[in-house]
Design a binder for this molecule. Sequence first.
Ligand SMILES: NC(=O)c1ccc[n+]([C@@H]2O[C@H](COP(=O)([O-])OP(=O)(O)OC[C@H]3O[C@@H](n4cnc5c(N)ncnc54)[C@H](OP(=O)(O)O)[C@@H]3O)[C@@H](O)[C@H]2O)c1
Length: 409
Amino acid sequence: MPLPSFLRFCDRLVFVEPAFSPRRVACGDQPVIPDYTPGMAKTDAELDRRMMARALRLARRGQGRVEPNPMVGCVLVRAGRIVGEGWHRRFGGPHAEVEALRRAGRRARGATAYVTLEPCCHHGKTPPCTDALLHAGVSRVVAAMVDPNPLVRGRGIRRLRNAGVRVDVGLLEDEARSLNRPFCTRIETGLPYVILKWAQSLDGRIATRTGQSKWISCEASRRRVHQLRARMDAVLIGSGTALADDPMLTARDVPVRRVATRVVLDSRLRLPVSSKLVQTAGQFPTLVFTSRKALTAHGRTATCLKSHGVELIACPTGRTGIDLRCALRALARRGATNVLVEGGSQILGSFWDAGLANETYVFVAPILLGGATAVPALGGTGTSQVSNAALSSHKIMRCGSDLLYHSIL
Ligand SMILES: NC(=O)c1ccc[n+]([C@@H]2O[C@H](COP(=O)([O-])OP(=O)(O)OC[C@H]3O[C@@H](n4cnc5c(N)ncnc54)[C@H](OP(=O)(O)O)[C@@H]3O)[C@@H](O)[C@H]2O)c1
C-alpha cells in the first residue's frame, strides 16, 4: 500500500548512520569515498565547502569507535584534486590528518588540508598532528572548528600560523559542532551527553496500569534501540525498571562498536541478585549507584552483588533518589561520552526536570493503553506552561509500524 504523502516525506528524513563498509575503503591514493567527481567545483569557495563536507562524512565513520576522542575527518587537496584522505578510526589509533598524509605521501607538499577539527598540538596517544602537517609541507589548513579541549583550544592553529601555514577556521562549523556534540558536551560541562529513549502508546504511556511494557514498540523500533546501545558508553535505568522488566540492556543482533556499561540507579539496593543484570555481570560491565545508607544497611547484599562482578558506587541522594549530576560526573570520569537513559518514568522525569537531557528518541506505537494509573512517559514534576514545551529541533521518522520522534534539545 502506498504511504501517505507526509510519511513519504518523513521517510526521506530517516537519519542513516553510514555503516562502516570495508568495500568502500580504497587502497593507496584513491579517494576513500568513490562518489567524488573531480572538477565539479566552479569556485574556490565551492571546492572548500565540498571538501569540508566530504571530511565531515569521513569523520562520522568513527562514531562509536573513537570516543572519548572526537570524530575527525581530513581531506588533502592539491591543484583541485584529492591526494589523500582519512579519518580517526578508533581510540588510540592514528588521527585523521596522519591517515590522510600517509595516503598522500609526497603529494601532500603544497596541499590544502581540510580538517573537521583543529589539528592537535600535544603528545597524547599519538604525536601532534600539527608537526605531521608541517613536516609534510602542507601550505594551507582549513579547520571547521577550534578544538574545545583545553589541551588544544587554539594552540594548534597558532602553531601552524607561526610556522607560516595559512589557516582558515569556521567552514561548516555548525555541522562540525553537531557531529561532535557529545565530545563538546563532555569537554565543556564535565558531564556525558545524555540521550533519553522510551517507547510509548499514542496516549503517552510507557506501561499499562499493571506495569507491563513488553512490547509497546514494534520489532523495527527495538532493533533501532539495539543499534543505539551498540555505540553507547553506558545504558542507564532505575531500580523500578530493573524490578519490573528484568532487562539485559545489551546490544543484540547488531554490529557492536562498543560494549556499554549497564547502570542502575538504586538508592535502596533493591536490585535482586537473581536478576539478569547481576547474573551476567561477569560478562557485561554492570554498575550500581546507591546510597551510603543502603551500603551500610544491606552490607551482605552489597557483598553478594560484588561477588557477581557488580561494581557499586556510593552517591549522595536527594528528594527523588540518586544525585544525577554526581552519577553522571562519575561516568564521565570513567571516560563515558554517550549515556542512553532507558527509563522508566521516574528516572526519565528526573533527568527531564533537571535539564540534563541532550537528545531524545521517542518511539510512538499505534496503540492506546488508557488508565489513570498507567505509567506516563515522563514522571517527575514537569512543566506548568505549554508555551515552554516546544522542542526546537526534531525529525519524525517511520520505524516499522511506529513513528520515531528524534529531538536534539
Ligand atoms: N516503554 C518503555 O520505554 C519503558 C522503559 C523502561 C521502563 N518502562 C516501564 O516503566 C515502569 C517502571 O517505571 P519506574 O518509574 O517505576 O522505574 P524507574 O524510573 O526505572 O525507577 C524508579 C526508581 O529509581 C530509583 N531512583 C534512584 N535515583 C533516582 C532519581 N534520581 N530519580 C528517580 N528515580 C531514582 C528510585 O528507587 P530507589 O528509591 O529504590 O532508589 C525510583 O523508585 C515499568 O512498568 C517498566 O516496564 C517502560
